[in-house]
Ligand binder design. Sequence first.
Ligand SMILES: Cc1cc2nc3c(=O)[nH]c(=O)nc-3n(C[C@H](O)[C@H](O)[C@H](O)COP(=O)(O)OP(=O)(O)OC[C@H]3O[C@@H](n4cnc5c(N)ncnc54)[C@H](O)[C@@H]3O)c2cc1C
Length: 416
Amino acid sequence: MKSTKIMNIAIVGGGASGIFSALRCAEVAKLKDIKADITVFESSKNFLKKVKISGGGRCNVTHHVYEAKKLCNNYPRGEKELLSPFLAFQVIDTIKWFADRGVKLKRENDGRMFPVTDNSRTIIDCFMNEAIKSKIKLLNKKNVKKILITNNNKLSLEINKNEFYEADSVLIATGSKPSGYRLAESIGHTTTEIAPSLFTFNIKDIILDDLQGTSFPHAQLILKIKNSKPFYQEGPLLITHWGLSGPSLLKLSAWAAREMMHANYKAKIFINWLGYDSENKVEKLIYLIKNNNTKSNICNVYPNELTKRFWLQLIIKCKIPKEKNWSELNKEELKKIINNLFNCELTINGKSRFKEEFVECGGINLKEINFKTMESKICPGVFFSGEIMDIDGITGGFNFQNAWTTGWIAGNNMVR
Ligand SMILES: Cc1cc2nc3c(=O)[nH]c(=O)nc-3n(C[C@H](O)[C@H](O)[C@H](O)COP(=O)(O)OP(=O)(O)OC[C@H]3O[C@@H](n4cnc5c(N)ncnc54)[C@H](O)[C@@H]3O)c2cc1C
């Protein structure tokens, strides 16, 4: 005889991971022919707020990396733990999931993937329509304050003031909100140190003056923070109004997120603007220019890869008189040019927020979660997914991929 028992499943947090998980949960319940009442409790007025503003309003859904192990390399925290989840649900599955629901994703040159509409609304509409079809209850303005374990081994949620909801399974997908960490701590979980990740560096230096918008496609960066190992990164670098940004710098901020916070965002960065693999090659280039242009003014002849405006700032930084011809440069001046091209030392004095993507590093201790199911090892019946865990990715769609994958796995296992 078919069971008439209904499973109550509570999802705390109506963000990317919570909603994705609720949809998978409904799908699995249907497949298993289990009656499930799935309710999403969202503390604020709106669901999927971050999806809306993500990727500058375009929603960078995922990144074009098709191998689970390679995908893991993009997570400064969670690299090891995500392998098993990615083997179950990775980028290709994300693309297919959306395609099956009529949302086509496109790949940009740098590997980032967006809906072809270039509008995050497309993703939100897709989720909301699916939630309606799956009869998922979406309740807003429901702040989950406590989780209590009842005598009959159920989980009771305390919502707002004196509202209670009894559940068989609970997913905590509250992102980086402190209230979510408190909720998890109240049932025995611990959290690692929280620090902002994906930020830009504030730098005041003559070499950057009035150069906002200037970019260097192959820059190499070394970040040196007091009492820490150095951090290396290479790739596109961008000068901004306040200092430096661009993919390579944002990656650096993610890998060094905690160390930078401990150092109060004060550090040194060494930049190889051209990305040549040795100082010797830069030296050869500068001497070649010098020997071929002895009579030319130094302001007018410079490496092809650089803009004239950047070159002029570099000359000013080297304190070389602008009137000089190449033949008039002495050894020391040539050395200064080479050094500032290959190993330019700048002082970081703070950080600024990167508007297109932002994430917290730190969260629920990963040792306390079973990554085959996303279930808590401390409190059976409680699951975790998304940014609440001590997992964060570098910029480019990796944070959403974590939200989809871990949400999907939790969704698989909450119905039983
Ligand atoms: C400006 C910005 C742009 C971004 N762009 C990108 C991008 O393009 N690509 C990318 O990969 N990542 C991006 N990210 C990161 C990405 O948005 C997050 O990693 C992702 O949203 C995490 O999903 P989540 O469901 O874990 O948390 P969230 O999306 O933050 O959702 C958590 C939800 O839980 C609710 N909540 C919290 N506490 C409670 C409670 N006690 N009771 C009930 N509800 C609660 C919150 O209100 C929230 O709605 C961006 C982030 C920002 C801030």
